[in-house]
Design a protein. Structure first.
Length: 355
């Protein structure tokens, strides 16, 4: 069983000092929990042919919900599936997931009890986020270079593996790296802060280097298959716009870029809902051309335009503070107030500010 030592329950905030073995006790992580999704094989119980289910699997549809989240036109593009078969498959999927009717607000509230909040490593930042990075939602981190975006991603690679009793996700992590910034040695240092075995921490991170925006889409299909086999709590793309800005460099390609980006973001949102995982994206910033002329105090904005803005559930703006301190502003959220907080970048990841 993969395990980590848990800090003393008396410790309310996380410091940058590694926890000593004397103040900790042994607990298990990545424990077997209840399945939060219906596997595609469930369609067989409703009269769908095994061969047709295999065809769906081979095309990247691993859960019943993934069928419901796809248009019939797209499903009909799966080789060997006729329109009649697609109609039967969708009808069966709707029956299984009971998505063909409305629910009450109370029922929705009950469903949302399975949403997890993953600790960022800083209790102050967690408080600003209402508990941490939320599952079944897309969280976007944007800011200039060296504002702590990748450092926060590395910290969450570790904290997402902690048990839910420690404000973790009790699951593995999928990390798609578009800029080559992932460093295993950072993970080891952050894991040491929580007295976690370095090999186990790294073993629980599924890593891939992406080179084109199309490559990201292929990797997400592979990730969905892996999530059917193991318990995951977090998927990170660092960074989301990097490859889109390279692959669609001309002004004449902007419309196509935004269309492709929109489809990818829609897929990420669906993936988060299917597997109850948090989606964490880092993003670049671009200069506002008219910023200097209009006396805007901060003439920069996140890349990706309105498409990325509408797709992100939570948008966090990061900027530099004093020394290794960084400031996070809740830029956009459906439920959180527009507040700012200060956190610290340390050798062992994100932590509370020292002063």
């Amino acid at each position: 069983m993969k395990s980590v030592t848990r800090p003393s329950s008396q410790t309310k905030t996380i410091s940058s000092t590694p926890i000593t073995a004397g103040s900790a006790k042994h607990v298990d992580i990545i424990e077997d929990g209840p399945t939060v999704f219906m596997e595609i094989n469930k369609l067989q119980d409703h009269g769908i042919n095994v061969l047709d289910i295999i065809k769906l699997k081979n095309s990247g549809y691993c859960t019943v919900l993934s069928v419901i989240q796809t248009t019939k036109r797209e499903l009909a593009m799966v080789k060997g599936l006729s329109e009649i078969k697609v109609d039967k498959i969708v009808e069966a999927a709707l029956k299984i997931e009971m998505c063909n009717s409305f629910i009450t607000g109370i029922q929705l509230q009950q469903r949302r009890t399975k949403v997890l909040k993953l600790t960022t490593g800083s209790s102050v930042l967690d408080q600003a986020l209402g508990g941490g990075i939320e599952t079944m939602a897309i969280t976007e981190l944007f800011g200039e270079n060296r504002t702590g975006k990748t450092q926060l991603c590395h910290t969450l690679c570790v904290t997402a593996q902690l048990p839910s009793s420690m404000n973790g996700g009790n699951g593995k992590v999928c990390f798609i790296d578009t800029e080559g910034t992932f460093r295993p040695e950072k993970i080891i240092r952050i894991g040491g802060r929580y007295n976690m075995d370095s090999e186990i921490v790294l073993e629980n991170i599924l890593y891939a280097r992406a080179f084109t925006h199309e490559h990201i889409i292929t990797l997400l299909s592979t990730a969905a298959s892996k999530m059917c086999e193991d318990n995951f709590s977090l998927l990170i793309i660092d960074s989301i716009m990097s490859l889109f800005r390279v692959d669609f460099a001309g002004r004449g390609e902007l419309a196509e870029r935004q269309q492709k980006l929109n489809k990818l973001l829609s897929g990420l949102s669906k993936l988060g809902e299917q597997f109850n995982i948090a989606i964490l994206l880092t993003n670049h910033v671009i200069s506002e051309p008219s910023g200097a002329m209009s006396f805007v105090s901060n003439p920069i904005k996140p890349a990706g335009g309105h498409v990325l803005g509408h797709a992100s559930t939570f948008r966090l703006a990061l900027r530099k503070g004093k020394g290794d301190q960084r400031i996070c502003k809740i830029y956009d959220s459906p439920s959180l107030p527009e507040v700012e907080c200060i956190f610290q970048l340390t050798d062992s990841g994100v932590a509370d500010a020292l002063d």
